[in-house]
Design a protein around this ligand. Structure first.
Ligand code: 6PG
Length: 256
C-alpha cells in the first residue's frame, strides 16, 4: 500500500513498509552520491528503530544494491561505553549490518566510546574534518565534503542523536562533535551537533511505534522550541529533510 505523503513527511501503514521505504532511500542516496564522487558518507543512528533497517540492508534483497566498498560509515552519536558493550551503537550496527556487507574497515569511522568523553569527541571531530577535507572552520556543502545521508531517530522527549533537551550541544555554533553528560540517563554521550548535521545533503528521520505519536506531533506541528525539542534544530541548510514514519507513530498527527 502506498504511503500518505505530506510534503517531506511519508506515513507508511506498517513498520515493515517503513523499513522498505528507508532501505530504498538509503540505496538511492548511495547511488546518487557514488555517481558523483565515487563515495557515500552516511551517519548511522542508534537505538532500536534502525535495527530493522540495518537488517534489511544486510539482507540479500538489498546488500547487493549498495557499492559497500565506496561507503564511509559514521555515527550520529555514541554512548560512552566500550565497542563491545551491549549499549554501543557501533556494536549494534556491526552485528546487524557491517559484519554482513563488504564495507572497508578503514571506512568505518567509529566513535571511541571507551575513551575519555571529551577526548573522544575531539578525536571524532578530527576524523570528520579529515574525511571532509575541512581542517578548520564551518562544514562545506560541496559533494564529497559533507554527509550524503544522515539517519536520525526521535526520542520520546524530543531528542535526536544525543542532542538532549537543554544541553549545550543543541545550541553549539562551531564544534561538529561534543561530549554531553546526559544526567537523565546517568550516561555520557558523544553527539554530532546541528553545525555538521544541518550541512548534510539529506537527513532522514525514521520514526516507528505508537509511543512516538505524541512527541512526533509536537516536533512537527507544535511551537518551535529547539531547546525543549532538539529534533526541531535539524533543518538542512540546502539539503533534503525527510520524515519516514509508520501509521502508529503518526496516530496523533492532525488529519491532513
Ligand atoms: C541513541 C540514538 C537516539 C535514538 C532515539 C530513539 O543513541 O539512542 O541515537 O537518538 O535515535 O533515542 O531511540 P529508539 O529508536 O530506540 O526509540
Amino acid at each position: 500500500m502506498s504511503p500518505a505523503v505530506r510534503g517531506n513527511l511519508e506515513i507508511h501503514p506498517t513498520s515493515a513498509e517503513l523499513t522498505v521505504a528507508a532501505a530504498e532511500r538509503f540505496v538511492a542516496a548511495a547511488d546518487a552520491a557514488i555517481a558523483v564522487t565515487e563515495t557515500f558518507s552516511v551517519a548511522l543512528s542508534g537505538g532500536t528503530t534502525p535495527q530493522a533497517l540495518f537488517a534489511a540492508l544486510a539482507s540479500a534483497e538489498y546488500s547487493s544494491r549498495v557499492r559497500w566498498p565506496s561507503v564511509h560509515v559514521f555515527w550520529g552519536d555514541e554512548r560512552c561505553v566500550p565497542p563491545d558493550d551491549e549499549a554501543s551503537n557501533y556494536r549494534m550496527a556491526r552485528e546487524m549490518l557491517l559484519d554482513h556487507v563488504p564495507v572497508r574497515a578503514a571506512n568505518v569511522h567509529r566513535i571511541r566510546g571507551e575513551d575519555d568523553p571529551e577526548a573522544a569527541a575531539e578525536r571524532y571531530e578530527r576524523d570528520l574534518r579529515t574525511a571532509f577535507e575541512t581542517p578548520t572552520g564551518p562544514p562545506r556543502r560541496a559533494p564529497g565534503l559533507r554527509f550524503d545521508l544522515v539517519l536520525l531517530g526521535l526520542g520520546t522527549n524530543g531528542h535526536t542523536a544525543s542532542l538532549f533537551p537543554h544541553l549545550q550541544a543543541v545550541r553549539e555554533r562551531t564544534r561538529w562533535a561534543m561530549a554531553q553528560n546526559v544526567e537523565m540517563l546517568q550516561m555520557w554521550r558523544i553527539t554530532l551537533t546541528p553545525v555538521i548535521l544541518n550541512q548534510a545533503s539529506e537527513v532522514l528521520f525514521v520514526v516507528s511505534g505508537r509511543e512516538k505519536a505524541a512527541i512526533l506531533r509536537r516536533v512537527l506541528y507544535g511551537a518551535r522550541e529547539t531547546d525543549d525539542l532538539p529534533a526541531q534544530a535539524i533543518a538542512p541548510a540546502d539539503g533534503r529533510l525527510r520524515w519516514l514514519v509508520d501509521a502508529a507513530a503518526a496516530a496523533e498527527l492532525p488529519a491532513h
